[in-house]
Design a protein around this ligand. Structure first.
Ligand code: SF4
Length: 449
C-alpha cells in the first residue's frame, strides 16, 4: 500500500537519534478521506451534552444527521438535548435566504419546549449565503428572555478544532450573560468546574464522586451533563480542571484571562493519571482535610480495584497496540495505561493534536513507533498491518476497519456504554482490552490462514 506524497510529512516514524518533526494543525488533504469531522461537527460535539438547552442546526437536513444517537452523552435531569432540530434548508432558502425560516423555527421551538437556552449552529451553506445569525439570535433573545446564542460553525471554515473554538466562544458568551459574571460575586471555597469531560458513559459522575469524597464542591460540568444555570455559575468556582485540553483549552484560557480563575490540566483515564490528578487538585487547595481524604480515597480505591486490574496484566503483556483517537490528551493517557500493562504501543495517531502534543507522544513511546496526524483508512490499515498490531483503540469510524483486518478493537469513543474513567473505569478498560485480545475468534482465524 502506498501513501500519498502530500501526507508523508504528517507521519513520523520514531527511530533512535532521528530528530522529531511532524506536520499537523492544518486542513485535511482533499481526497485523502480523513477520519476527521467538519467545523460544525466539532462545535456540535462540544455543545450537545448541555442537557437543558435546545440545539438548533440552521442548514440542510444532512448536517443534522449528526445526532445524540450517534454521539450520546448521559443526563441526570433534562432530556431536551436528545432532540435534533434543523431548519431543513432547501434550494429556495439558499436562493432567497433562510433568515425567515430560522426566525419561525426559533419562535415555535422556544414556545413548545421552553428550554433554558438555545444554541443556533451555522453550517456550510449559511456561511456561504451569509444569513445574519447574530441579529436573529439577538431578537429572539429579547423576545423570549432566554439566552439565544449563535455558534459560528460553517463546516468548510477550518478543521474540527475551529469548531471547538466556536463552541468555547458560545459557552463564554453564555457565562457572560449570567448573574455570577455580571455581579462578580464571591467564589465558593474549595470549589471547581470540570471542563472537557462529556459524560459519554457516566465517567463524569465517577470523577464528580471522587471530588466530592475529598471535600471539593463541583460548581459546573462543561459540558457533560451540563446545565445552563450551573454553567452560568462557573465564575463562582476557585479552579477549573481541564480534561480534554484540545476541545476546551481555549475556554479555560479565556476564563483565566477574563475572570481570573486558574486552570490545571488533569486526566482521569488510567489509575496513574487518576492518582496524579487527584493529588494535583489536593495540592492546589492545600488543606489538610482534603489531603487526608485524598490519601484515604486513593488507598481504598487501589485496594478495591488494583488486584482485579493486575489479574488481566499477563494476557495483555507484550501485545502490540495501535491507538487512533480524536484528542491528544486521550492518546497520552492511553500510552501510559498500556506502558503500565507492559503492552507495546506501535502506532499512535490523533485527529487534532498539535506539535507539542506529538513531541510529548514521541517522548513517551519506544523507537519503531509510528506517530501520525489526521490519518485515513488506507494509512491506518497499512501501519496496523506493517506493525503487526494485535488491537486498535479508536472510535466508530475505526471499529469496522479493525474487524475487517481481523484484529481486536476497543472503543474509546462515543458508542461505548461503560465508563473508562477513574479507578472503576480503569478496571473496565483493562477487562475490555483483555477480553478482546483473548477472544477465541483469533484462534479460528489463525487456523484459516
Ligand atoms: S456543515 Fe458542511 S461539511 Fe459539515 S455536515 Fe454540514 S454540509 Fe457537511
Amino acid at each position: 500500500m502506498q501513501i500519498l506524497a502530500e501526507r508523508e510529512k504528517s507521519i513520523y516514524r520514531k527511530t533512535s537519534g532521528c530528530s522529531f518533526s511532524i506536520d499537523c494543525e492544518k486542513a485535511s488533504l482533499a481526497g485523502a478521506v480523513s477520519q476527521r469531522a467538519c467545523v460544525f461537527c466539532g462545535a456540535r460535539v462540544v455543545l450537545n451534552p448541555i442537557t437543558d438547552a435546545l440545539h438548533l442546526i440552521h442548514g440542510p437536513i444532512g448536517c443534522a444527521s449528526y445526532t445524540w444517537d450517534i454521539r450520546g452523552s448521559l443526563t441526570s435531569d433534562s432530556e431536551i438535548y436528545r432532540n435534533s432540530f434543523s431548519t431543513d434548508m432547501k434550494e429556495k432558502d439558499v436562493i432567497f435566504g433562510g433568515e425567515q425560516k430560522l426566525r419561525s423555527a426559533l419562535k415555535e421551538l422556544i414556545e413548545k419546549f421552553r428550554p433554558k437556552a438555545v444554541f443556533v449552529f451555522s453550517t456550510c451553506i449559511v456561511g456561504i449565503i451569509g444569513d445574519d445569525l447574530e441579529s436573529i439570535c439577538k431578537t429572539a433573545e429579547l423576545e423570549s428572555g432566554l439566552p439565544v446564542i449563535p455558534v459560528q460553525s460553517p463546516g468548510f471554515g477550518g478543521t474540527k478544532v475551529s469548531g471547538y473554538l466556536a463552541a468555547c466562544d458560545a459557552i463564554f458568551k453564555l457565562i457572560c450573560k449570567g448573574d455570577a459574571y455580571k455581579t462578580k460575586r464571591e467564589t465558593i471555597p474549595y470549589s471547581l468546574n470540570i471542563l472537557g469531560d462529556f459524560n459519554i458513559g457516566a465517567e463524569l459522575w465517577i470523577v464528580k464522586d471522587c471530588l466530592e469524597r475529598i471535600g471539593i464542591s463541583v460548581v459546573s460540568t462543561i459540558t457533560g451533563d451540563g446545565k445552563i444555570s450551573e454553567i452560568q455559575n462557573a465564575p463562582l468556582a476557585q479552579l477549573n480542571i481541564l480534561q480534554c485540553a484540545g476541545s476546551m483549552g481555549y475556554l479555560a484560557k479565556k476564563i483565566q484571562e477574563d475572570i481570573g480563575t486558574p486552570f490545571i490540566k488533569i486526566s482521569f483515564f488510567g489509575q496513574d493519571d487518576t492518582i496524579r490528578s487527584l493529588w494535583m487538585i489536593a495540592e492546589y487547595f492545600n488543606k489538610k482535610e482534603i489531603t487526608d481524604k485524598t490519601e484515604k480515597l486513593i488507598k481504598e480505591e487501589m485496594a478495591k480495584y488494583g488486584p482485579k486490574i493486575e489479574k488481566y496484566r499477563a494476557g495483555i503483556k507484550g501485545k502490540k497496540i495501535g491507538i487512533y483517537v480524536g484528542g491528544a490528551f486521550k492518546a497520552k493517557s492511553l500510552i501510559k495505561a498500556f506502558n503500565r500493562l507492559e503492552a507495546e504501543v506501535v502506532f499512535v495517531g490523533t485527529q487534532t493534536g498539535n506539535k507539542e502534543d506529538y513531541a510529548e507522544i514521541s517522548n513517551m513511546t519506544k523507537p519503531g513507533t509510528v506517530i501520525i496526524d489526521d490519518t485515513n483508512p488506507i494509512e491506518l490499515s497499512k501501519y496496523l498491518k506493517n506493525k503487526k498490531a494485535d488491537l486498535l483503540v479508536g472510535g466508530v469510524k475505526e471499529r469496522y476497519l479493525a474487524y475487517k483486518m481481523g484484529i481486536g478493537f476497543c472503543d474509546h469513543n462515543h458508542e461505548r456504554k461503560f465508563p473508562l474513567a477513574g479507578f472503576a473505569g480503569d478496571l473496565e478498560f483493562t477487562r475490555e482490552i483483555h477480553t478482546s485480545l483473548m477472544s477465541p475468534v483469533w484462534r479460528i482465524m489463525e487456523d484459516e490462514k
